[in-house]
Design a protein around this ligand. Structure first.
Ligand code: AMP
Length: 249
């Protein structure tokens, strides 16, 4: 069975992002980018299924500019077999457009399973997997913390408020990954070298017949209000007095 893993190029998780000058988004000038962390977990999950002999091929796909090819190479260096770049210079491709593009890719690739990240840490949308499942009419299990694959079904433990929910889905299906599913591997230097020779195909939204025109307009992006500085108090009595003064008590 083939597994398709959509991977997004996003701001590196260690970067402290800043709002851009006109307040319409994040300042991306000279900012370090990397594979979205939940997508790394998705690649790792797919690779483990392949290593267990349960999947025949792992294909990574990314929608974005030429630079998203680097993200695909990271997936290939981790161990994926093939990459597909859906190339566009659109500054932002909304989740619905991404889901439609993925549906078109699924049309030619026919995977048995699609594993996505639960969300991309740039826009925090948490929508693409759900929209893709709806467009395909496939079952979905979001926020996966455990995946058990069988020949024609998959059992997934999902992280839900205050516990775990276990679902059994008929294949083909869509899964999105949560943090506890696994710890992704680092690509070794030899594998980074090998990844340069792995196949990486390119297509475009136009070739796939998908309109990616934005449906949403970002009105404003703002940083959280700065916290006022703290004060040290000498005793519990002082603390109570301060709390009374400020109207907290
Ligand atoms: P989101 O719904 O934007 O929070 O993203 C959830 C997941 O959808 C990501 O972790 C990826 O697996 C996938 N995804 C979103 N945008 C893209 C993209 N531009 N290219 C490839 N995969 C994407």
């Amino acid at each position: 069975m083939k597994i398709l893993v959509p991977v997004k190029r996003a701001v590196d998780r260690n970067v402290k992002v800043r709002v851009n000058a006109d307040g319409t988004g994040i300042d991306l000038a000279n900012v370090k980018m990397a594979m979205n962390p939940f997508c790394e977990i998705a690649v790792e999950a797919a690779l483990r299924l392949k290593e267990a002999g349960q999947a025949s091929e792992v294909v990574v796909v990314s929608i974005g500019s030429e630079k998203s090819a680097e993200t695909l190479r990271t997936g290939l260096a981790m161990g994926a077999d093939r990459g597909i770049l859906v190339k566009t210079d659109a500054p932002r491709v909304e989740p619905l457009a991404v889901a439609k593009l993925l549906k078109a890719v699924i049309g030619t690739e026919a995977p048995g399973l699609v594993i996505l990240g639960k969300q991309a840490i740039d826009d925090d949308s948490n929508q693409t997997g759900q929209m893709l499942a709806a467009l395909m009419g496939w079952p979905q299990a979001t926020f996966a913390s455990k995946i058990d694959l069988e020949a024609d079904a998959v059992t997934v433990a999902r992280e839900v408020d205050g516990g775990t929910e276990t679902l059994r889905l008929a294949l083909p299906a869509v899964i999105t990954t949560d943090l506890r599913l696994n710890e992704p591997r680092y690509a070794s230097l030899p594998n980074i070298m090998k990844a340069k020779k792995k196949p990486l195909d390119e297509t475009t939204p136009e070739a796939l017949g998908v309109d990616i025109a934005p449906r949403l307009q970002v009105l404003k992006v703002a940083e959280p209000p700065r916290r006022a500085g703290g004060v040290k108090v000498a005793s519990a009595a002082d603390l109570v007095a301060k709390l009374r003064e400020t109207g907290v008590l």
